[in-house]
Design a binder for this molecule. Structure first.
Ligand code: HEM
Length: 755
């Protein structure tokens, strides 16, 4: 037969690997365990041996900054700069990179240059940030892998501010790029799209991000969201659902920026500071603009939002839809944004693209030069979200303070910018470069003091292990306490973890989930006091270290009792921080509503998270701890047999020898003789009966049964449930345990690359 003519048909190809429909299309509720293996080494062309800190150290930061400033004032033809200065658009790019950060789960932020990837790359409000990044490409290539995209983007924004006159608060490198899109972060439902706004009421009724926008009780944005609209950064500049309502806008701004971990003063400083620069672009109707980068035609080579008008750039630029500049000199740091906002009355008008904006009513108000047409002067512009600061009484107070005191405004803006762009970097140990050592002592950095006294040696470690076990505190309690102390770590913003000993400080010491640790910590304080009294040479052991050491000693005991004696690695050097250095409000966000590792579900879980199964929260936690599916499995099974439930119960332990590091949990979870049934219709707890004997055997939660019901997790359970599983289990558990204890130890590992 002819070429292309296969024997049984089949010559017409209908799809290829990875094309939809995907598993999610068929089973939207399925647990996406495979997401745990995203953004690992397999996706990284630089490989495991690449040391970013070492590479970055080869850069002369001063020379790099000079290069960036040179670039900012050198316009190129394919995307000419406004006012001959790329500064403003680069500030916006860096701000949009950082502004995705949200305190509830620590995700988002500038730290991995996620703006390069969908969905963020293609959000409407990231319009033309693709051009900003493409303009930076020559600099990226000049410095190569020694300069990550994430660092380059933040540094360029910071250099732009400096170039235009803002004294900045410094810059630290150390951001490691991601190499593939993040398909797991929950960005929430979205009804907004620029062509889709019918009426305010219609939008309110369709918008599932919010509760209570239509006036019902409890006006609130669903957690962990921060952005009031998904595809906007991160409030609608035209007011909620393009209503042009400044008060409504102020409400959205406050929720959005608070969830970005910014208070009112920081919020005003950031927006009033940012909008001292540059302009908005709205020369063409949104409907004429082409597809965003992720789905743009292939020959556009990754650039999106094709603009058919004129050159599609320069004076024809269309980004958001609003047109104009806020200040008479958009490339200089000054206080004219606030001055003009308050000095003039502003009335609603429309941009050429048809967007709602505001113009001074006074014809004698200052004008601003056109960004491209020499000699042409344009009226000043404010957005509904700018007028918001004038009408909201609390924001207004901050504005009045900044109006009176430009230096205070300047300092507030540069500090807030530093926080915005470094917020998700974690401990200062991760900061790189000559400006990283600035003695800033900022509370949002979760400061850790320097270690005190002489360090302990391996003989001390052995003696301390013995002393801890002699206190009579059980293996279960020691394991539970160590695990609890490490368990707050989240790789999203590198906060939490055992270092600092914050388990013994507010708010963590008061969390219900940690109640069981209180007497254990008391006992450990006794061990610490005894050791430091008797030790030679002024040796000190921090409580943070001792909590972890106690857990390690307990795991060793449990392994011995299982007949597999094992040494559990312990790396001293943790320090105890203080209550004064702990931002209670910001740590409160780390409180879990459920923690499957400790078989904990908050009493009001069903009210708090009506649509989210606890095992989804469990997966979220495993992801924040950078665990793989096998690590997640082995850690859970190990913690169960060690008896590490928050309430001290035996729910889900699935063993008759609690405290022994046996494979009982894996064996019993896969025992086909056991029939599991719900204990009630909340579907939160279950009981197992032996079908052969009729005996009631165990109770368990969803955080247990998910390892038997989910096919991928069950396969990992099989690896330990078999006859050859015991040794592998102890070894793997100890490795996973050590990984968790070390998650936040950037002090010893430098910029840790992978979990
Ligand atoms: C531009 C909205 C906060 C810095 C813009 C534009 C919009 C906007 C719609 C025009 C984009 C275009 O068409 O080119 C908002 C809203 C904010 C906010 C609603 C929060 C309520 C900030 C913050 C910063 C910032 C916190 C920086 C610290 C800038 C800069 C530009 C800009 C520099 C000018 C970009 C250029 O000249 O190309 N903003 N923004 N904005 N924004 Fe914001």
């Amino acid at each position: 037969h002819m070429e292309g003519d296969l024997p049984a048909g089949g010559d017409r190809v209908g799809g290829a690997f990875g094309q939809p429909p995907s598993l999610e299309a068929w089973y939207p509720q399925r647990l996406r365990v495979e997401l745990l293996h995203r953004n690992g080494l397999d996706a990284d062309p630089l490989g495991a041996d690449f040391d970013y800190a070492a590479a970055f150290a080869t850069i002369d930061l001063e020379a790099l900054k000079a290069d960036i400033k040179q670039f900012l004032t050198t316009s190129v033809d394919w995307w000419p700069s406004d006012y001959g200065n790329y500064g403003p658009q680069m500030i916006r790019m860096a701000w949009h990179a950082a502004g995705t950060y949200r305190i509830a789960d620590g995700r988002g932020g500038a730290g991995t240059a996620m703006q390069r990837f969908a969905p963020i790359s293609s959000w409407w409000d990231n319009g033309n940030t693709d051009k900003s990044r493409r303009l930076l490409q020559p600099l990226k290539h000049k410095y190569g892998n020694a300069l990550s995209w994430a660092d380059l983007m933040v540094l360029t924004g910071t250099c732009a501010l400096e170039l235009m006159g803002l004294p900045t608060y410094g810059f630290a490198g150390g951001r490691l790029d991601a190499w593939e899109p993040d398909d797991g972060t929950w960005w929430g439902p979205e009804v907004w799209n620029p062509h889709d706004v019918k009426s305010y009421d219609d939008m309110v009724n369709r918008d599932e991000r919010w509760r209570g926008k239509n006036g019902e009780q409890g006006y609130d944005l669903q957690s962990p969201l921060a952005a009031s609209h998904q595809a906007l950064i991160y409030v609608n500049p035209e007011g909620p659902y393009q209503s042009g309502d400044p008060m409504g806008s102020a409400r959205d701004i406050r929720v959005t920026f608070t969830r970005m971990a910014m208070n009112d003063e920081e919020t005003v400083a950031l927006v009033a500071g940012g909008h001292a620069f540059g302009k908005s672009h709205g020369m063409v109707a949104a409907a004429k603009i082409g597809a965003p980068p992720e789905i743009a035609p292939i020959e556009q080579m990754g650039l999106g939002w094709h603009n058919p008008q004129g050159t599609g750039a320069g004076k024809d630029t269309m980004t958001n839809g609003i047109e104009g500049s806020w200040t008479p000199n958009p490339v200089r740091w000054d206080n004219t944004y606030l001055e003009n906002l308050f000095r003039y009355e502003w009335e609603q008008t429309k941009s050429p693209a048809g967007s709602i904006q505001w113009t001074p009513t006074d014809p004698d108000a200052p004008k601003t030069p056109d960004a491209h047409v020499p000699g042409q002067m344009n009226p000043l512009m404010m957005m509904t979200s700018d007028v918001a600061f004038k009408v909201d009484p609390e924001y207004r107070k901050v504005c009045e303070k900044f109006l009176e005191d430009f230096d205070a405004f300047t300092l507030a803006f540069s500090k807030a910018w530093y926080k915005l762009t470094h917020r998700d970097m974690g401990p200062k140990h991760r900061y790189l470069g000559p400006e990283a050592t600035i003695e800033d002592g900022l509370l949002w950095q979760d400061p850790l003091p320097e270690p005190e006294g002489a360090p302990i040696d391996e003989f001390d470690v052995d003696a301390l292990k013995e002393a801890v076990l002699k206190t009579g505190v059980s293996v279960s309690d020691l394991v539970f306490t160590a695990y609890s102390s490490a368990s707050t770590y989240r790789d999203s913003d590198k906060r939490g973890g055992a270092n600092g000993g914050r388990l013994a400080l507010a708010p963590q010491k008061d969390w219900a989930v940690n109640r069981r640790t209180v007497p254990v910590i008391e006992a450990l304080r006794g061990v610490k006091a005894d050791f430091e009294r008797d030790a030679s040479g002024g040796k000190r052991i921090s409580l943070a270290d001792l909590i972890v050491l106690g857990g390690c000693a307990a795991v060793e005991q449990a392994a011995r009792d299982a007949g597999v004696p094992t040494t559990v690695p312990f790396t001293p050097g943790r320090v105890d921080t203080t209550q004064e250095l702990t931002d209670v409000e910001m740590f409160e966000w780390l409180r879990p509503i459920a923690d499957g590792f400790r078989n904990f579900v908050a009493d009001d879980y069903r009210q708090l998270a009506p649509g989210v199964a606890p095992e989804q929260v469990f997966l979220d936690r495993a992801n924040l701890m950078t665990l793989t599916a096998p690590e997640w499995t082995v850690l859970t099974g190990g913690l169960r047999v060690l008896g590490a439930n928050a309430d001290g119960s035996d729910t889900g332990l699935l063993t008759d020898r609690v405290g022994v590091l046996s494979t009982d949990w894996f064996v019993n979870l896969t025992d086909t003789d056991l029939l599991w049934t719900r204990t009630d219709d909340t579907e939160m707890t279950f009981r197992a009966r032996s079908q052969s004997t009729g005996e009631e055997r165990f109770t368990a939660t969803r955080a247990d049964l998910v390892f038997g019901s989910n096919a991928q997790l069950r396969s990992a359970v099989d690896a330990y449930a078999g006859s050859d599983g015991q040794r592998r289990f102890v070894a793997d558990f100890v490795r996973a345990w050590d990984k968790v204890m070390m998650l936040d130890r950037f002090d010893v590992k430098g910029a840790r690359r992978y979990g």
